[in-house]
Design a protein around this ligand. Structure first.
Ligand code: HEC
Ligand code: HEC
Ligand code: HEC
Ligand code: HEC
Length: 226
């Protein structure tokens, strides 16, 4: 019995490896007083989710129960002579959610609903310079900015009829060959590539929050036939 249990546990664990290991508390996305960035942030709250989600009064256009002020850009979108698919005029949905920190224009504490009672404003919740740290902190490359012309296209409609050098999605997701990971597409038709197609903001184990390690470029090759 014990042995069977051990075998079962081993099987479950081995199956589990390729799935996302979500534990946002142990990532750079823990902006609370318990996070690794606390020396820069000097926040007094130990709530982790609150920097991105709220149970009430959320703005839901960007991501589920989203708690952040929407960034307004304006953005320069990716363009090139060889691009075949349609790219939106500005970032959509989950990409806007990421950009609400990563374009460097919205302060980390610019929340819809702050911790504590009611729709509080800053209150006793203090912040270094009340600003964002993207320009000055441990990894300046985390600052994507509003010029997205030098970033992989986002808010682009994944359409294999426009370019046959792409793998077809199944149920609006793209399988990463040889793993059990699938990459989601977004938008009302669930057909757009966004930041979240490649990244999972809660991922603990894969570096740079990728949905799957880019070993042998398997992430890129999930979509591109190259
Ligand atoms: C740094 C920002 C950030 C933090 C912190 C964060 N999330 Fe998220 N979360 C997101 C984004 C962005 C999405 C949308 C992702 C998508 O649609 O692929 C999301 C999606 C979700 C979802 C719905 C989709 C899913 O993956 O199941 C749940 C549930 C969720 N988060 C719960 C939490 C909880 C609970 C915490 C705190 C323990 C937390 N999140 C902390 C950014 C964050
Ligand atoms: C609440 C603000 C916030 C939101 C929202 C947010 N991030 Fe971050 N992100 C950060 C901070 C802070 C860091 C760490 C920056 C540093 O180390 O200087 C970071 C780091 C990263 C890194 C680099 C990780 C590393 O190991 O170097 C990636 C990749 C990343 N974020 C992707 C995303 C994506 C994709 C989304 C949306 C799904 C997102 N982030 C949403 C605040 C945020
Ligand atoms: C097509 C896949 C893909 C999309 C879409 C994507 N990223 Fe990334 N991103 C990656 C990969 C792969 C890396 C790791 C690059 C490396 O190791 O240098 C990365 C790295 C990063 C980093 C760390 C800095 C760096 O370059 O190493 C940040 C921050 C980041 N992404 C944020 C975003 C945000 C915000 C969006 C949406 C605006 C986004 N990403 C969209 C694939 C993607
Ligand atoms: C979720 C699917 C997806 C993933 C994963 C992905 N891409 Fe893409 N990529 C696209 C789409 C869609 C386009 C737009 C293609 C078009 O319109 O012709 C694109 C465009 C590009 C372009 C620009 C093509 C041009 O004509 O301007 C390059 C280069 C590229 N991707 C490289 C990469 C690399 C490198 C990776 C891995 C780090 C990657 N992609 C991961 C979907 C993806």
């Amino acid at each position: 019995m014990k042995r069977a249990l051990l075998v079962l546990t081993a099987v479950l664990l081995s199956v589990g490896v390729a799935y996302a290991a979500e534990d946002v508390r142990n990532t750079k996305h823990n902006l609370s007083s318990t996070g690794s960035l606390s020396p820069y942030l000097t926040t007094t709250t130990d709530e982790v989710c609150v920097f991105c989600h709220t149970p009430h009064f959320a703005s839901i256009a960007e991501a589920p129960l989203w708690n952040r002020t929407e960034p307004t850009g304006p953005y320069n979108m990716y363009s090139s002579a060889t691009i075949d698919m349609t790219i939106a005029g500005s970032p959509q949905g989950v990409s806007l959610a990421c950009l609400s920190c990563h374009d460097g224009t919205v302060a980390f504490d610019s929340l819809v609903n702050e911790p504590g009672s009611g729709l509080d404003t800053i209150g006793t919740w203090s912040w270094n310079n009340n600003g964002n740290i993207m320009t000055s902190s441990t990894s300046p490359s985390a600052m994507i900015g509003t010029d997205l012309t030098n970033d992989h296209p986002i808010s682009i409609t994944y359409d294999t009829t426009k370019d046959p050098q792409f793998r077809a999605p199944v149920n609006n997701r793209i399988a990463v060959n040889g793993t059990n990971v699938t990459l989601p597409l977004y938008g009302s038709n669930k057909d757009q590539v966004e930041c979240g197609s490649c990244h999972n903001p809660h991922e603990k184990d894969v570096a740079t929050f990728l949905r799957v390690a880019n070993t042998g470029s398997q992430l890129c090759l999930a979509c591109h036939i190259k």
